[in-house]
Design a protein around this ligand. Structure first.
Ligand code: PLP
Length: 400
């Protein structure tokens, strides 16, 4: 008996199929690099051996995973054995936050008010189920956690602790914000964390593959990354874990990833991630110049609109987060969608619950502007022509 072929949903309704799509939501996800796709296919079709098996059929997948680990490590100046493959940014963040230290210890986490929910909700989980204290620190109007704010909070916290009580502390601050793109002063923050006896984790999901990262120079203990944010495949990422850093496993099972992260290696995903990261790192400067040129062009074309630009001058290339007076971000998004332009109101994960983003609240955008917030994130595949069309569409949508 033959089973009927499974019918997956069509990507677009028939009438829309021919419509040109302009993708300007690269902070939500990115298009897979062609070369990454090419290197992945053999591991999905023919070289499907389990990378942990000892027979010769698994030799190639095993060697490929090892090579990918080296490529990824060298992209952030780490050692191969400090790279742990995961299912993506959410898992890496959860692992760092739920796994640091040793079970049973008194734990305190310091984090910022603008973290991704993968960090904030993992912290909440630790507070409610793990008996952890969580201190959420405010950011300034540009979305920056000032080192002095962290320093003061850590000083107050330790002066309030009974003498001779011991705790394990973690500071978790994102490298770059996913909504407004602001790049945090990670090196200074990590220094303060260490001076106060804490470990330092950074959610670098928006930064890896887009701006230079050197874990040695930054002196971070843990760093999360996700392949689909740098033109790699979805469902794969990694956690950098500095040698010697104490962490408990989040996923128990087999002995993969040095016994710390169980589960059969996603060989195709891992090789795709390494290839995409290598390509993005090699072209980083050229990509930055191209994307910044497009960003400046778009900004100059929408100068007549009444908006506030959110975020810091030091931001991820291509991030344009603006709040338009008297508007509604959701409405703008849907009207832009009708014109074939994909933009966002903030983080992709937040857009379902229709609430004002915690990031926009945290940076204090005035209420008459806040609801009209949209995020346009340009990437390496966007073109000048697309930027003209995005600006044209936005001006039209807002003039109605
Ligand atoms: N952290 C940040 C800053 C993100 O932007 C995202 C995704 O939007 C995540 C974590 C989650 O990553 P993933 O989609 O790989 O689970």
């Amino acid at each position: 008996m033959f089973l009927a072929r499974i019918q997956f949903p069509m990507s677009n309704i028939i009438g829309e199929r021919m419509k040109r799509i302009i993708y300007a939501d690269n902070a939500a996800t990115t298009k897979l690099d062609n070369e990454a796709f090419d290197v992945m296919t053999p591991y999905l079709l023919n070289e499907y051996g389990n990378a942990s098996q000892p027979y010769s059929f698994s030799r190639k997948p095993k060697m490929t995973v090892a090579e990918a680990r080296k490529i990824i490590a060298s992209a952030i100046n780490a050692l191969p054995e400090e790279i742990y493959f995961t299912s993506g940014g959410t898992e890496s963040d959860n692992w760092a936050i739920k796994g640091f230290g040793t079970p049973g210890e008194v734990k305190t986490i310091f984090t910022s008010a603008i973290e991704h929910h993968a960090v904030l909700n993992a912290c909440n989980h630790q507070k409610e189920n793990g008996g952890c204290s969580v201190i959420i620190l405010p950011v300034d109007g540009f979305g920056i956690l000032q080192p002095s704010v962290l320093k003061e909070a850590m000083t107050i916290e330790s002066s309030n602790r009974p003498i001779a009580s011991y705790e394990t502390k973690l500071v978790s601050v994102m490298f770059a914000n996913n909504e407004i793109g602001s790049i945090e002063p990670i090196k200074e923050l990590a220094k303060i964390a260490h001076e106060n006896g804490a470990l330092f984790h950074t959610d670098a999901v928006q930064a890896v593959g887009h701006i230079p990262i050197d874990v040695q120079d930054l002196d971070v203990d843990m760093l999360s990354a996700s392949a689909h944010k740098f033109n790699g495949p979805k469902g794969v990422g990694f956690l950098y874990l500095r040698k010697g850093t104490k962490i408990q496993s989040l996923i128990d099972g087999g002995s993969q990833e040095n016994g710390l992260r169980a589960g059969t290696e996603n060989t195709a995903g891992i090789v795709g991630m390494a290839t995409a990261l290598k390509a993005n790192c090699e072209q980083m400067l050229a990509n930055k110049e191209h994307i910044e040129h497009l960003e400046n062009k778009l900004i100059s074309k929408i100068s007549e609109l009444d908006y506030i630009r959110n975020g810091s001058k030091q931001h991820i290339p291509g991030n344009i987060n603006i709040s338009i007076k008297g508007e509604n971000g959701e409405r703008i998004l849907h009207r832009m969608d009708l014109k074939g332009v994909c933009i966002s109101t903030g983080s992709a994960c937040d857009s379902k619950n229709m609430q004002l983003s915690h990031v926009i609240k945290a940076i204090g955008v005035p209420t008459e502007y806040a609801e009209g917030t949209i995020r346009i994130t340009l990437g390496k595949y966007n073109t000048e022509e697309e930027v003209d069309l995005i600006a044209e569409a936005l001006v039209q949508v807002l003039s109605k």
